[in-house]
Design a protein around this ligand. Structure first.
Ligand SMILES: Nc1ncnc2c1ncn2[C@@H]1O[C@H](COP(=O)(O)OP(=O)(O)OP(=O)(O)O)[C@@H](O)[C@H]1O
Length: 238
């Protein structure tokens, strides 16, 4: 097994549905390290781009290629949806599910479940039905469930939408730890403060294409295009 599945290279990617272009053409390379933040107005194609990268969106044209065969890359990445999906089982069962799918030994599953339950503050509620958790707790559980099998790459679609400050802070702290442990993160957000806090590089989507991209320092400090400057001012971009 090679050490990372990256880079991911998108070449001339387009997604069309019922005659409408949702995305593209997009050419983009994701290097092995850091956190790439995808931002842009509603409907600009952020989620579609994320799904293309994760390999769950049918391409109309172009290619998305990892450094390893697609089958291997698929097993080494996780995706967390904006609205967390809970299995109708206990917190412990939800956390351990990805490891059980991999037939991990029971002792290892239990140890990792305990570690992550403590990390997300649910150690005393392991036998509670996960569907009964609050929105913030569900999102933390979904994040822990995605990280428990140590993916190379983690995709997150608006992980903190509708969450309070404390839950957002907890999630950002988990993401910082994952980054320090070399998990590659690619995420979308509507929260520009969060984008500045977390990003090592950023992508600005507009009308289904990558309008501007750069390292965080230049992207947030010296936006090159009038549209990104307008977006940062809070203007409506049609
Ligand atoms: N399955 C689909 N069929 C048709 N149109 C779609 C489909 N999925 C998304 N769209 C449209 O594609 C465009 C891009 O959607 P996408 O969800 O990628 O944007 P977004 O930037 O993530 O938006 P938001 O910030 O509102 O989540 C939008 O105009 C959306 O309405």
């Amino acid at each position: 097994m090679v050490s990372t599945i990256l880079p991911l290279t998108l070449k001339d990617v387009a997604v069309r549905r019922r005659g409408k272009r949702l995305l593209g053409p997009v050419d983009l390379t994701l290097d092995p390290d850091g956190l790439t933040m995808i931002i842009g107005p509603n409907g600009s194609g952020k989620t579609t781009l994320l799904r293309v990268m994760h390999g769950v969106e049918r391409l109309s044209t172009g290619t998305a290629t990892w450094a390893v065969p697609e089958e291997e890359a698929r097993h080494r990445q996780s995706y967390v949806f904006q609205t967390p999906i809970m299995l109708r089982r206990t917190v412990a069962d939800n956390l351990g599910y990805p490891l059980r799918l991999l037939n991990a030994p029971r002792a290892q599953v239990n140890a990792r479940v305990r570690h992550w339950a403590e990390r997300i503050g649910l150690a005393d509620r392991l036998s509670l039905q996960a569907t009964r958790l609050s929105g913030g707790e569900k999102q933390k559980l979904a994040l822990a469930r995605a990280l428990i099998r140590k993916p190379d790459v983690l995709f997150l679609d608006e992980p903190c939408a509708n969450l309070d400050g404390a839950s957002t802070r907890d999630i950002e702290s988990i993401l910082q730890t994952a980054l320090s442990e070399k998990t590659r993160i690619i995420m979308t957000t509507h929260d520009l403060g969060q984008a500045r806090r977390l990003a090592s590089d950023a992508v600005f989507m507009l009308h289904g294409v990558v309008h501007e991209r750069g390292p965080a320092s230049r992207f947030f400090g010296a936006a090159q295009t009038a549209e990104l400057q307008a977006f940062f001012r809070g203007d409506i971009i049609a």
